[in-house]
Write a protein that binds this ligand. Structure first.
Ligand SMILES: [Zn+2]
Length: 328
């Protein structure tokens, strides 16, 4: 699908023009969603182009998919697999949100948590390896320098959040040569410590890290941020990068063949509805069931503090709050 054909398809399928619809209208979000799909069509990455080309299959993969304009109608996230767009969010944030939809809606979020925990640990070790250590410190210093106008939005957003996720801290301190400890350097974007790390269990929340890392990675690829991806490859290493690339490849394939043994697949591989006899249920029940689960996943994300998704001016306040928290 190209140009106006896809525009018309999306409008007909998802636009709500009826003011009395309790879900509200979504004109602006529809416009932004169409822009996002065009961005997919022009992307260098084949898997991302595939997603745009097969966007109609989203209906089968995520039957209750809907588009919201603001984040205030949170009650509906439970019922619908909602893609939410702010009026004034930028392309990086829009793409990030779509990345979440890709991983939950198209790929059905299957994760070997132990395997990915190890990948995160290795990525962290790679940042502070003897080869990278000096450069990494310089880079974090650069990132947190708010007067540096050369830092790109992609570095302030996705790159920062990914680096903070690998350490599960919003800020880092480094040991100086004389043994003293540097001041805390706060990443321009991050999720709270408790979002990425379960203090009670004493372990990282690998599922959330994977989810956010992929959404951020997706945004970088979709927006053609080659330089920023190169920085991540250098610091986090090949293994982390491959785990993202593989997930994207899976999405490119999954959206092409949404029909193949959908029921069987869900039962076998996904943790969604494993304990339900979905094969016995009618199609309608099955879909509702799956999607309300998906909605819950998205809801959980909303409930967590998501400074990443806030506009930059709100980030200032969020940032200071977090500094206090770490210093405790
Ligand atoms: Zn996110």
């Amino acid at each position: 699908m190209q140009g106006t054909e896809i525009d018309e398809y999306i409008k007909n399928k998802y636009e709500r023009t009826n003011e009395s619809d309790t879900r509200g209208t979504n004109h602006i979000a529809i416009g932004k969603f169409i822009d996002l799909i065009h961005l997919h069509e022009n992307c260098e990455n084949t898997n991302i182009r595939n997603i745009a080309k097969n966007i109609k299959n989203l209906e089968e993969l995520v039957p209750n998919f809907t588009i919201f304009e603001t984040k205030e109608k949170s009650a509906y996230y439970i019922t619908f697999a909602a893609y939410s767009l702010d009026h004034d969010s930028d392309k990086l944030v829009d793409a990030h949100e779509f990345g979440h939809l890709v991983i939950h809606g198209i790929n059905k979020f299957e994760l070997d948590e132990e395997k990915f925990s190890n990948i995160v640990k290795n990525a962290r070790a790679n940042c502070i390896s003897s080869e990278n250590k000096q450069d990494f410190r310089k880079y974090v210093e650069r990132l947190q320098d708010r007067n540096n106008k050369d830092i790109t939005d992609a570095e302030k957003g996705p790159v920062s959040d990914i680096l903070s996720s690998v350490f599960q801290y919003p800020s880092l301190s480094f040991k100086n040569e004389d043994g003293t400890i540097s001041e805390k350097m706060v990443f321009p974007s991050f999720h709270d410590r408790e979002y990425y790390f379960d203090e009670e269990k004493g372990k990282m929340r690998a599922d959330r890290i994977f989810d956010e890392d992929f959404a951020n990675y997706y945004s970088l690829v979709l927006n053609g941020c080659t330089k920023e991806l190169g920085i991540l490859r250098k610091f986090l290493g090949e293994e982390w990068m491959q785990s993202m690339e593989q997930e994207l490849e899976k999405a490119g394939k999954n959206i092409q063949m949404p029909d193949i043994d959908k029921n069987t697949d869900i039962n076998k591989n996904s943790n969604i509805d494993k304990n339900t006899d979905i094969n016995k249920n009618s199609n309608v029940d099955k879909n509702t069931n799956i999607d309300s689960k998906l909605g819950e996943v998205l809801m959980t994300q909303r409930e967590g503090a998501l400074p990443k998704e806030l506009p930059i001016n709100e980030l200032e306040e969020q940032r200071d709050t977090n500094i206090e928290e770490i210093q405790k």
